[in-house]
Design a binder for this molecule. Sequence first.
Ligand code: G1P
Length: 289
Amino acid sequence: MSKIKKLRKAIFPVGGLGTRFLPATKALPKEMLPVNSKPLIQHIFEEARASGIEEFIFITGRNKNAINNHFDHSYELQDILGEKNKQLELDLTSNWLPDAGSIAFVRQYEPLGLGHAIWCARNFIGDEPFAVLLADELLLSAEPMLKKMKDIYDKNGGNYVGIMEVDKDQTSNYGIIDTANKNEDLVKITSMIEKPSKETAPSNLAIIGRYILQPEIFALLEKASPGVGGEIQITDSMNKLLETDNFHGVKFTGKRFDCGRPMGFLEANIAYAAENDAGELKEMLKKYI
Ligand code: G1P
């Protein structure tokens, strides 16, 4: 068996326009929307770091500078907090920052799709495996989902996507996988298709926004033609990759919040508030419902 290369790098595609959240996202990147006072992108970054990722590559676009600034020191704010001895607030601004030199921002000039965004990171990934985390999917679980996937990767190598069951009516919102062993936690994937209708979907197992991929995907992305929605879809190239390499789905068993939708975002905030202070939340909600 060939040597399993260490998984060290992660890509965060954050170039999306966030049209489902207008007008909030006219000037504010959707990835900066807060869940429990913390921007979505910081939640996802922390999941990656807690999973052992050491290098972080953000694929950004125009109007996304707030993300760059968030992952930097804020000297004026830190000075003021320091003078006032506000240690807790000071820690919240900066003690979670990645080490200098372990973070990179790459511009995706045109929004040509998720596959294209990932391809834009090819020179920074080189010949190594890498993870991809989609910032609008918040996953709540005791063990970080990417860590669960990485532990399996570290033993076996290959390619992985996070998967979970969705309603049959929802398949046209996701990449859907096919497998012979649907009921297991780790499934061998036999094919994948992006956003199939419920009539044509091979299963109801949807790809959620966590991936571990081998660098061979870049050669496939290079040649990829636009797929669903006229976009270069990562699912199409992954479907080609599984013809020559191992590809598995890892089931997610925690709570998933689709924070790209206003109701999903609200639910994530409620879930976090319930964890912090269920009593206060209940009292507040009673006023309205
Ligand atoms: C993307 C992927 C899709 C995946 C989904 C998860 O779609 O293309 O395969 O199931 O994320 O949220 P998007 O939501 O960007 O349309």
